[in-house]
Write a protein that binds this ligand. Structure first.
Ligand SMILES: C[S@@+](CC[C@H](N)C(=O)[O-])C[C@H]1O[C@@H](n2cnc3c(N)ncnc32)[C@H](O)[C@@H]1O
Length: 241
């Protein structure tokens, strides 16, 4: 599978994202976000901060022995399902969760609506397809930029729709790693959770799985069929919602 690539070159990408594309360190704009490209990937930068999406960071979690401990898989699996499970990650971010799902053998479509995050994600995906350690996982991912509500249609045939919308408390965390401070500038708490959940139900998947903080409220106030509880997070599962 491949990622949808809309941009012919980096200038076109920067123009689309309304960012400056810097080739020379002398041109760095003060206090502004800009794009910087090296052989090792595309970076979003601001002053001393820089951020790229990189699937390599997830490699330890993708080992078969470690996957067994991922409660995400417990939440997403469908007992008795025959064939490959088709999952839509409708709030992809940097696709860390999508990678876990791909490593477990599912076919994963990931969709990210923020144009800058999706550009960084596509760059990471393109690099992963050429990386001998990551290609077997990256090949199970399709990456799309845009609002996933457009993709949530019954005819797409998703077995599971996975939602991890930004939760307000995460934004306030003082412990957040420095590089993720840039991500905070781009992500905003989800303001359309009812529409997102209604769209997921409209697609008629066998299951909807929603990631929440361990003690957070249900998405759109809707009680799940059951939950898989972890120490910090919880997965709410809605069967044939
Ligand atoms: C908390 S992050 C997801 C992190 C992700 N689960 C991971 O493992 O990296 C939430 C992301 O969902 C995206 N998002 C929110 N609503 C969306 C929508 N309707 N369609 C596509 N992406 C959406 C946000 O832009 C944000 O990047």
């Amino acid at each position: 599978m491949k990622s949808e690539n809309m941009y012919c070159n980096d200038d076109e990408l920067a123009k689309k994202l309304n960012l400056t594309y810097i080739r020379d360190r002398g041109e760095i704009p003060k206090g502004e976000l800009y794009l910087w490209k090296e052989d090792c990937g595309l970076f979003l930068c601001k002053e001393e901060l820089s951020l790229k999406a990189d699937f390599t960071d997830s490699l330890p979690r993708l080992k078969q022995s470690n996957l067994e401990h991922e409660i995400l898989l417990k939440a997403v699996r469908i007992k008795g399902h025959e064939g490959t499970l088709k999952v839509l990650d409708a709030t992809a971010g940097f696709a860390e969760d999508s990678l876990i799902l791909a490593a477990a053998g599912f076919d994963v479509t990931c969709c990210e609506k923020n144009e800058i995050i999706s550009a960084l994600l596509k760059d990471a995906h393109a690099r992963a397809l050429k990386d001998s350690n990551l290609s077997k996982y990256a090949e199970r991912l399709d990456v799309f930029a845009g609002d996933s509500k457009e993709m949530m249609k019954p005819e797409k045939g998703f077995d599971v729709i996975y939602l991890d919308p930004m939760f307000p408390e995460r934004k306030k965390s003082g412990l957040i790693k420095k590089k993720f401070q840039l991500l905070q500038l781009l992500e905003s708490p989800c303001d359309d959770e009812e529409d997102l959940f209604a769209a997921a139900k409209g697609a008629k998947p066998k299951k909807i799985v929603v990631k929440r903080p361990a003690k957070g409220p249900y998405l759109a106030g809707c009680k799940p069929s059951h939950s898989v509880q972890g120490k910090v997070i919880r997965y709410d599962c809605y069967i044939n919602a």
